[in-house]
Design a protein around this ligand. Structure first.
Ligand SMILES: Nc1ncnc2c1ncn2[C@@H]1O[C@H](COP(=O)(O)OP(=O)(O)OP(=O)(O)O)[C@@H](O)[C@H]1O
Ligand SMILES: [Mg+2]
Length: 424
């Protein structure tokens, strides 16, 4: 006998079992899904942490890079780095200022191509750690002049001890050279001064005797006009020599300037008006320029009166066919060499005496402050040597620039009264 109801319940039973199995699988699936989601979340978190860390690292690297770059760009020395193949990989701002070549003109090129002058310095460099080779080079400056630079090359090493390139440091030595030359000039003049003083004293005594005997002889020869004239020639010669010796002694003597308020413009006017023999010929046009207000120098009027007429006379003599004589006065300040004694800068009154006359060769320019250096038939060659001594005794400076055929310009700087009046 068949049992249709029993079959049905079996079917339902099976269905229920299947449903349960399905539910179980679904639940497992759900669990796995939840677990997976949890892991994804975890991974997400880890990833975001890693990202944060990476970003931090990148920011730190950027900061260090900028920091190193700032240090490099703030260097007052030029810095050039080349790799092992000699290609320029780093080039700071100062290097560009010193050489006048922009970074785009040298980055990626070889050192030899852009700076052949520096190549021998690198070539001399050995392979030892801590080794530096330095050489002084004269290079054309950005403004068309000449720059004295000290080039120092050292190898660059990586962490594993391998050489990865060479670093070149460029130091501007122009000011240093000037100071060195000034010190040598002062030393030379001091020695010449001592020698000149010795010789002058030796000559003055016999000269005195010649003068004495010549005047006695003149008395004896009274009435004999011809012979009297000859003796007069001797006396004139002796007097001329005596005048030269007096000037020489003036040079040799170390001037002791008194401290007075000197109105520089007034002093120059007096010099131009003929005091100190500086008469200006008609064919010379005098141009005067002055800074605001009364320019008071802290100096010795009498001593300074020996300086400016000589500069003006030299300028006039350099323009035999006429020209322009410029006298420019102004306040100027220069860095104080010993800032512990007062402010960071020192105030000066600067006087420029310029002409557009014959000028000088570089060779002659280097000798103008030497006593007895003259290119004139009747010059003593002591004018500038004495001027130099006087200005130096004022703690001032005197400098000249000149170009053959174009003219010469002397600049004298004397401490300003404004700065020193309380020293009195
Ligand atoms: N403005 C100038 N232009 C051209 N050359 C100059 C100028 N000033 C000076 N010199 C050169 O410097 C030399 C030295 O000058 P310094 O004044 O010492 O002596 P001097 O003028 O020759 O002789 P003195 O001063 O006794 O007349 C001059 O002979 C001249 O060659
Ligand atoms: Mg002179």
């Amino acid at each position: 006998m068949t049992n249709p109801g029993g079959d049905k319940s079996k079917e339902i039973q099976t269905l229920i079992q299947n449903m349960e199995a399905f539910n179980e699988v679904t639940a497992q699936l759900q669990n796995s899904y939840d677990e997976l989601q949890g892991r994804v979340k975890q991974l997400d978190l880890e990833l975001s942490d890693k990202n944060d860390e990476l970003e931090k690292n990148l920011a730190e690297k950027e900061r260090v890079k900028n920091y190193l770059n700032d240090i490099l760009e703030s260097q007052t020395n030029g810095v050039i780095v080349v790799d092992r193949a000699g290609i320029i990989t780093t080039y700071n701002k100062t290097a560009g200022v010193l050489t006048g070549i922009k970074p785009q003109g040298c980055l990626g090129k070889t050192l030899n191509e852009v700076f052949p002058l520096f190549e021998p310095v690198v070539a001399r460099l050995g392979k030892n750690r801590g080794e530096t080779i330095s050489q002084d080079k004269d290079i054309p400056s950005a403004n068309g002049g000449t720059l004295h630079v000290r080039v120092s090359a050292s190898p660059v090493w990586d962490n594993h001890g391998g050489q990865i390139g060479t670093i070149l440091i460029l130091q501007d030595m122009t000011e240093f050279r000037k100071m060195e030359e000034l010190a040598q000039r002062n030393q030379r003049l001091r020695e010449m001064g001592e020698m000149a003083a010795g010789i002058a004293h030796e000559i003055r005594n016999p000269l005195g005797s010649i003068e004495l005997f010549a005047s006695l002889l003149k008395k004896d020869l009274e009435g004999d006009t011809e012979k009297e004239n000859l003796v007069q020639h001797i006396r004139a010669g002796v007097q001329n020599m005596d005048r030269i010796i007096s000037t020489l002694l003036l040079f040799a003597k170390s001037a002791q300037p008194s401290r007075q308020q000197c109105d520089i413009n007034q002093l120059l006017t007096e010099c131009l008006e003929g005091i100190g023999n500086a008469r200006v010929p008609e064919n010379i046009k005098v141009i005067r320029k002055s800074g605001q207000g009364t320019l008071l120098a802290n100096g010795d009027r009498e001593l300074l009166r020996q300086v400016f007429p000589n500069l003006i006379n030299n300028a006039i003599q350099a323009m035999p066919d006429g020209g322009e004589l410029s006298l420019i006065t102004q306040k100027s300040s220069v860095p104080n060499q010993s800032p512990e004694k007062g402010s960071a800068t020192r105030q000066y009154i600067s006087v420029t005496v310029a002409d557009n006359g014959v000028g000088m060769s570089a060779d002659n320019l280097a000798k103008i402050f030497n006593p007895f250096f003259t290119t004139k038939d009747k010059g003593t060659g002591l004018g500038l040597a004495i001027s130099h001594n006087i200005i130096k005794a004022h703690q001032g400076t005197i400098d000249a620039v000149s170009e053959e055929g174009k003219g010469t310009s002397f600049t004298v700087k004397i401490p300003s009264w404004d700065e020193n009046f309380d020293e009195k």
